[in-house]
Design a protein around this ligand. Structure first.
Ligand code: UDP
Length: 238
């Protein structure tokens, strides 16, 4: 059976790595994600992962306590690199070859981001983990996912959510009438202000016509299902 997508960018938020503790890296959760990714790797799909950092630090938090925003954002970018190294270790423990590429140079611990090199790794079936976000303050790792997806010509961005199985008209935990969308356009997401990505990331995905699938990471086998072509979660395209 052929897979629906051949090259994917998976966005894993920091929150997803924290597990139930809500902070830092939960080794059990990290292992589970690595096992899920191993299944997809075994399907022959080219996988790039963009790690968030919110489980360790968010720029906004720093700003709220009086820090300079750019400084606080650089701390957030460093947090994503810690997560990426953790995920690399977990994946290699599963026997999956990986490379970490950082948008801020850290040659002792990872490769710098080089687009052509990243593509070469993917072609050689190495999972490439993009760390450090875009390398610029005032951006998010969602934007990094959209940017890298455009650069490496990925077929789709997989937005793995923590406990939410798609995009809803309202917060399903608060509003019992909230309706789940099966399919949306990028324009719907932007005009209705739906919670898929932040607005910069959404417009970048729209301008470059990159489909997004929003689904629940906590459901075992979901990454494999999406990649194989099963309709789960919410698809945003067009
Ligand atoms: N960040 C940044 N530029 C980027 C990506 C991330 O400044 O291109 C900083 C920002 O402070 C952000 C933090 O890194 O709050 C962690 O990233 P993000 O909030 O996107 O992580 P997630 O919510 O996915 O865990």
């Amino acid at each position: 059976m052929t897979n629906k997508y051949q090259r994917v960018v998976l966005k894993v938020s920091g929150e997803a790595l924290a597990g139930e503790t809500g902070f830092g890296i939960d080794p059990k959760t990290m292992k589970t994600i690595a096992q899920e990714l191993k299944e997809v790797y075994a399907m022959g799909v080219q996988i790039a992962v963009v790690c968030g950092g919110g489980n360790i630090w968010r720029g906004k938090t720093g700003e709220e306590i009086g820090m300079e925003r750019a400084q606080a954002d650089y701390m957030g970018m460093l947090a994503t690199i810690m997560n990426a190294l953790g995920l690399q270790d977990a994946l290699e423990n599963q026997g999956v070859p990986t490379r970490v590429q950082t948008s801020i140079e850290m040659r002792e611990i990872a490769e710098p981001y080089i687009r052509r090199r990243a593509i070469r790794h993917l072609e050689k079936n190495r999972v490439v983990i993009f760390a450090g976000g875009t390398g610029n303050p005032y951006f998010s790792t969602d934007t990094a996912a959209a940017l890298r997806a455009a650069e490496i010509e990925a077929d789709v961005i997989l937005m793995a959510k923590n406990g939410v199985d798609g995009v809803y008209s309202a917060d399903p935990n608060i509003d019992k009438e909230a309706e789940k969308y099966e399919e949306l356009t990028h324009t719907d997401v932007i005009t209705q202000g739906l919670q898929v990505m932040d607005s910069t990331a959404s417009s970048l995905s729209m301008d470059n016509d990159i489909p997004i699938v929003v689904f629940n990471l906590n459901e075992p086998g979901n990454i494999r299902r999406v990649v194989a072509g099963e309709h789960i979660g919410t698809t945003v395209k067009g």
